[in-house]
Design a binder for this molecule. Structure first.
Ligand SMILES: [Zn+2]
Length: 210
C-alpha cells in the first residue's frame, strides 16, 4: 500500500453533503438502518452504492438518446416562405453556408464535440476504474473534474436554439420552431450529467490497495 492512509483504515467516514468527517459507526451499532451524518442527517456511505453500475446504465442510456438527437430535426426554420427542418449537423452546415460562422461553431462544439468528448471521458473512467487500473490515477482524477466542469455548460446547445429562435422572431420575416430532436439532446445532457454524478471518483484510488 502506498500513499496516505485511507478513511476506513482510520475508522472515519466523510459526509457527501456537508463534508463533516465522523467516526465510522460499527456495523453492530447501526441496528440494520443506514448510518447518518451527525450534523446534517444525510446518509453516510464509504463509497456511493452501485456507483459503477449506475454510471454505466446512465451513460448507455445517454448514448442511445444521442442517436435520435442527431437523426431527428432539432429545429424548423422558414425564411421568406421556404420552410425546412434541420438536424444538428445540417443546421451547422446551413449556418456556415449563410455566413454565421460563430453560431455554426458554437452549435458544433456544444452538440458534437463536447458530448462525444464526454462519452469518451466517462467511458475511459468507467472501464479503467472497473479494471482497477493503476496507471495515471492522478490524470484520471483530473479527467473526472474536467467532465464535471463541462457539465455546467452542456445545455449551451438548447440555449442556442432558444436564442436563435428569439433573434429570428424579432426579424418577423422568418419563422423558427424547436423540433423533437432537441428534447432528446436535452435528455443526453441530463443523463451524462447524472452518470458523472453517480461515478464515485474515490473508486479511482481504490486500485492502489491490494
Ligand atoms: Zn453531513
Amino acid at each position: 500500500m502506498t500513499g496516505p492512509a485511507r478513511a476506513h483504515q482510520l475508522g472515519v467516514i466523510a459526509c457527501h453533503a456537508c463534508g463533516l468527517v465522523s467516526k465510522h459507526p460499527p456495523a453492530a451499532a447501526q441496528g440494520g438502518c443506514r448510518p447518518a451524518c451527525p450534523r446534517c442527517g444525510s446518509a453516510l456511505h464509504t463509497r456511493r452504492p452501485d456507483s459503477l453500475a449506475r454510471a454505466w446504465a446512465l451513460l448507455i442510456a445517454s448514448l442511445i438518446f444521442y442517436l435520435p438527437a442527431n437523426l431527428l430535426p432539432v429545429m424548423y426554420t422558414s425564411i421568406i416562405g421556404n420552410g425546412s427542418e434541420n438536424t444538428i449537423l445540417s443546421g451547422v452546415v446551413e449556418f456556415w453556408k449563410s455566413g454565421s460562422y460563430g453560431i455554426a461553431l458554437v452549435i458544433f462544439v456544444a452538440s458534437v464535440a463536447v458530448p462525444c468528448t464526454k462519452f469518451l471521458a466517462l467511458g475511459t473512467l468507467l472501464v479503467t476504474t472497473q479494471r482497477r487500473c493503476r496507471q495515471g490515477m492522478r490524470q484520471r482524477a483530473r479527467l473526472y473534474r474536467l467532465v464535471e466542469l463541462i457539465g455546467y455548460w452542456s445545455m449551451l446547445d438548447v440555449l442556442v436554439v432558444a436564442f436563435v429562435a428569439a433573434l429570428v422572431k424579432f426579424g418577423a420575416l422568418a419563422d423558427i420552431e424547436p423540433r423533437a430532436g432537441i428534447l432528446f439532446f436535452g435528455m443526453v445532457v441530463i443523463l451524462t450529467m447524472l452518470s458523472a454524478m453517480n461515478f464515485d471518483p474515490r473508486l479511482i484510488w481504490d486500485a492502489d490497495e491490494s
